[in-house]
Structures are given as structure tokens and as C-alpha cells.
Design a protein around this ligand. Structure first.
Ligand SMILES: [Zn+2]
Length: 309
């Protein structure tokens, strides 16, 4: 799969998302707006459009595919918001366009939006690839970005944003990230990013060859943390880290590691030992105080949605 194009698009997306934004705690997760009925239209260029409450699918090659993408986007928006936050997002005041290019291409996508005075708007998503990969990987990835942007209303550190988004892709894509990771953490290659630098990264690497290590590593770190505490704890950890800009304290509070360095050491050991059950890598502090069961399979959403289409 061609990842270069995806990473370049992500870089552009981050640039487009940069702008005035508000930072601070929200008293309400999301803000409501009116329901709008779905409809399908044929554009003059013979590509099909499909409108739902929050999305406008453009450029789909068939009416059926336009409907599939639109309904899948709404389903992901609902189910992924529940997965990450425990709440369903009210409708946006403006719809998100999804420009779909379907064919035998590498799976690519990007999401852009604008932040201004505590609001986020101007949603645009592009997706490219086979119908299957768009449905099971690119759409959930990009819509996960919209959920984090809707809640946090500020650009996120790249490791956090992409770690969360890649964690809801299809198993085949996540397996590719693991394969790449094993190459980059090899001592002969040494492309892994120290955690204290990783959490400070607000932009994407300038050198395209550094995109692969970033995506492989952020996916793995997110997978490790989500495996230990579930998606909701990961989301709360992100909020604390963003609000305080003290990731050492956030890691200690939510996962029990002394600091980022402690987490990095344990994560590297987990990777080196072949990704076994993450439970055996939890700090004693967390094991002793756990009050609720961990989500052992926290990413079932896309299988359910795709199966229902
Ligand atoms: Zn992304």
C-alpha cells in the first residue's frame, strides 16, 4: 500500500487545520444542531452524491456506493464517538464533505477543518482506495480525527491523533504498522522516536522517510495503552495531557508508570517480545487498583458496521 501519499496528505491536513483555537475544559462534550434527512442525487458529471445528516458524499462512482459511504460515515461517527467518549455527538451545524476516489489505489485519506475561537468547522474529508479499504479503514480513520477535533477543538500532537485514528483501522492495516515498526526499532535502523520527543511533536516530519516510523510507532503506543486501559481511559489520558501539557503526570495518573521513560522501556520490551498480552506489562499500581474490566477487544466497530451494510 502506498503510504507516502497518505502521509503527505496528513501533513497538508495539519497545516490546513492550524489556526486560532481555544484551549480549555469543556462542560459539554459536543453541541447539538438540527436533524437533516438523507438524500441521493446524481451530479452533472455522472458521479453520485449522497447526503446524510452530517456528510455529503461526492464523486462516488455508483449511487449504491455513495449510499454505502454515507451511511457508514454516519455509523462510524456515532459508534466511534461512543467508543472514545461514551457519548454520541450531536449533528454538526455544517456538513462534512467526503470526496471519494474509488479504484485500485493505495488506501489514502485526509481530514481538514478550521479552528476559530473555540469552534471547529469547515470539515472536509477525502478518501481513496478500494471500496473495501475505504469502508473498513480510511473512513473510520478520518472520522476518528473529526471526533477528537470536535471534542478538543485544537490541533493535537501528531502521535496522539494518528495513534487513535490508526487504532480503528482494519486488522490488515494495523498488521502492516506492526511489521513496519519491527523494522524501525531494529538497532541497525534506529528510527524509533524517543517518547519525550514524540509527545512534543506538533507537526509531521519534514522528511518523508520519517513518516513511516512515526505512524508505525504512534499506532503501536496507542494500541499498547488502549490494550491496558480501553479507549475511554486513553481519551481521558489525552485530555489530561493536553490540558496540563504534563505527559509524565498524565501517564502516571492513568497508567501507573512513573513517567514517559518508564512507559517507553516497558513498551519497547513488549514490542521486542512480539506483542504478547499487554496485561502482563501493566505496572503493579494499575493491576492493584483496577476497578473495571479492560476492553480486551476494543475495536469491533468497523466489523459490525461493514457487516450491516
Ligand atoms: Zn490520520
Amino acid at each position: 500500500m502506498s503510504k507516502d501519499a497518505r502521509f503527505f496528505i496528513f501533513l497538508c491536513a495539519l497545516v490546513l487545520c492550524a489556526g486560532p483555537h481555544a484551549v480549555g475544559a469543556e462542560t459539554q462534550l459536543f453541541r447539538p444542531s438540527p436533524q437533516i434527512p438523507a438524500r441521493t442525487v446524481l451530479s452533472s458529471s455522472q458521479f453520485y452524491w449522497y447526503e446524510t445528516a452530517n456528510f455529503v458524499i461526492t464523486n462516488a462512482p455508483t449511487a449504491e456506493m455513495a449510499r454505502e459511504f454515507g451511511e457508514a460515515a454516519e455509523a462510524y461517527r456515532r459508534d466511534l464517538a461512543l467508543l472514545w467518549t461514551g457519548e454520541v455527538m450531536p449533528n454538526w451545524s455544517g456538513k462534512c464533505s467526503i470526496n471519494a476516489t474509488v479504484g485500485d489505489y493505495g488506501a489514502n485519506g485526509d481530514m481538514t477543518c478550521s479552528y476559530y475561537r473555540g469552534e471547529v468547522y469547515g470539515w472536509k474529508i477525502t478518501v481513496q482506495g478500494t471500496r473495501e479499504r475505504i469502508l473498513d479503514s480510511v473512513l473510520p480513520h478520518e472520522i476518528s480525527h473529526t471526533i477528537f477535533a470536535s471534542y478538543f477543538r485544537r490541533p493535537l500532537p501528531s502521535w496522539l491523533d494518528e495513534g487513535a485514528a490508526t487504532s480503528v483501522e482494519h486488522l490488515s492495516e494495523r498488521t502492516n504498522y506492526r511489521r513496519m515498526l519491527l523494522e524501525f526499532v531494529d538497532p541497525a535502523i534506529r528510527r524509533a522516536i524517543p517518547f519525550n520527543r514524540m509527545v512534543e511533536m506538533k507537526t509531521y516530519p519534514e522528511d518523508p522517510k520519517d513518516f513511516f516510523p512515526l505512524y508505525a510507532q504512534c499506532n503501536s503506543v496507542a494500541e499498547f495503552l488502549i490494550g491496558q486501559g480501553g479507549n475511554r481511559r486513553f481519551f481521558t489520558f489525552a485530555k489530561d495531557g493536553l490540558d496540563s501539557n504534563n505527559w509524565n503526570a498524565a501517564v502516571h495518573k492513568h497508567y501507573g508508570y512513573d513517567n514517559l521513560g518508564d512507559l517507553q522501556v516497558v513498551w519497547i520490551r513488549w514490542v521486542g517480545e512480539g506483542f504478547p498480552d499487554v496485561a502482563s506489562y501493566e505496572p503493579v499500581l494499575v493491576r492493584n487498583r483496577r476497578v473495571q474490566p479492560i476492553e480486551r477487544n476494543p475495536i469491533p466497530v468497523f466489523e459490525q458496521i461493514v457487516a450491516g451494510l
